[in-house]
Design a protein around this ligand. Structure first.
Ligand SMILES: Cc1cc2nc3c(=O)[nH]c(=O)nc-3n(C[C@H](O)[C@H](O)[C@H](O)COP(=O)(O)OP(=O)(O)OC[C@H]3O[C@@H](n4cnc5c(N)ncnc54)[C@H](O)[C@@H]3O)c2cc1C
Length: 318
């Protein structure tokens, strides 16, 4: 039976998490349909087909032009009523969770957030993460239409070609639904984001000051990565909250996370644990981050970090 995937996008730019959501849907059933809200996403058909969407349902309505949880939630609810899939699935981002919660309230149905696996062919048997990722819960969802969101990085956004037939859905959306909309966008200076960077150099309280992050910036730049940090750092005002990794920050999944002067408190760890490899640099051999890391250097980060950057430059002859 059909699994309908709501595609998160911003004026047509598809979020990488939406492609993970398509992979999650394919783990349940091969009959995967995508739902795009707003005409700006019409150009995404080829991408969605390449990731397994047999049908792409498009909704064209001015009220959906910019993201707004009420209008998007109502559109998802109406699409679910019209298409009657076994379930509706989207990514467990802030926006995805908000839209699905809106849809669930409008449909008067339960919703399960942060899922990481499903029983094949059956959306009622689910494993999901709770308490910031420190607990896995096996749950059973009893609903006529299953509404779920998928935890970021739980599924790999692999390709699987499907037809990608386009169907235009006609819904009735009142302009008054545009109560909260994204009105302004600020361009990021760098192209790579913390959530998608292949390499993150994280700094914690052990870095000591805002200025002392300069060597971490140099190391990240030398390796094509970005700098992240712990909450101790944002609490001290050394870096912006947008750089924070963790339960109340960004969840990262780089190929390598270099955690410098970070103790590895559970709230930080849940944001970093999806990293493929972790290198901890810490003076304390008993620090949580050190004991959980794949590699560790026990030493003063103020000496170790510049030494790594210097060695990279020496090997590159730069
Ligand atoms: C509800 C809630 C949500 C939270 N959310 C988050 C979150 O999203 N992200 C987050 O990070 N935290 C979060 N926290 C805070 C978390 O509990 C920790 O307090 C925080 O992660 C600690 O940051 P830290 O590791 O940088 O500092 P510390 O725990 O103080 O660790 C500093 C580390 O640096 C090492 N060090 C010191 N000097 C050096 C040196 N010269 N060279 C090498 N190593 C050195 C020390 O050995 C130590 O291991 C949250 C807490 C709560 C209650």
């Amino acid at each position: 039976m059909t699994v309908l995937v709501v595609i998160e996008h911003d004026r047509g730019t598809i979020s990488p998490a939406s492609l993970e959501a398509l992979a999650a849907a394919r783990s349940i059933d091969s009959d995967v349909h995508a739902l795009t809200l707003g005409a700006a996403a019409d150009g995404a058909v080829a991408t969605l087909a390449a990731h397994g969407a047999a049908v792409v349902h498009q909704v064209h309505d001015d009220v959906l032009a910019d993201f707004g949880p009420e209008a998007w939630g109502e559109a998802v609810a109406q699409a679910a009523r019209a298409l009657q899939p076994q379930g509706v699935l989207t990514c467990g981002t802030d926006r995805g969770n908000e839209v699905m919660a809106q849809a669930a309230a409008r449909l008067d149905l339960p919703m399960v957030a942060n899922c990481i696996s499903f029983a094949p062919g059956d959306m009622s048997s689910i494993t999901r993460v709770r308490w910031g990722g420190s607990l896995l819960e096996q749950c059973s969802l009893d609903a006529s239409t299953k509404l779920v969101t998928v935890s970021p990085h739980a599924f790999e956004a692999t390709e699987a070609a499907a037809a990608g037939a386009v169907s235009v859905l006609s819904l009735s959306l009142d302009p008054s639904l545009a109560r909260t909309v994204v009105a302004e966008r600020v361009e990021r200076a760098a192209g790579v984001t913390l959530a998608t960077a292949p390499l993150v150099v994280g700094g914690g309280r052990g870095v000591g000051s805002a200025e002392a992050f300069a060597p971490l910036e140099e190391l990240a730049a030398a390796l094509g990565g970005v700098v992240g940090c712990s909450r101790a750092v944002t609490n001290n005002g050394w870096r912006n909250h947008t750089d924070q990794v963790g339960q109340t920050g960004t969840r990262i999944a780089p190929d390598l996370y270099m955690a410098c002067g970070i103790s590895g408190a559970i709230q930080h760890w849940v944001g970093a644990m999806a990293s493929k490899k972790i290198l901890a640099i810490n003076t304390d051999p008993e620090a949580n981050m050190v004991t959980k890391a794949d590699y560790a250097v026990i030493g003063d980060l103020h000496k170790v970090v510049p030494a790594i950057t210097a060695e990279i430059r020496r090997r590159r002859g730069s």
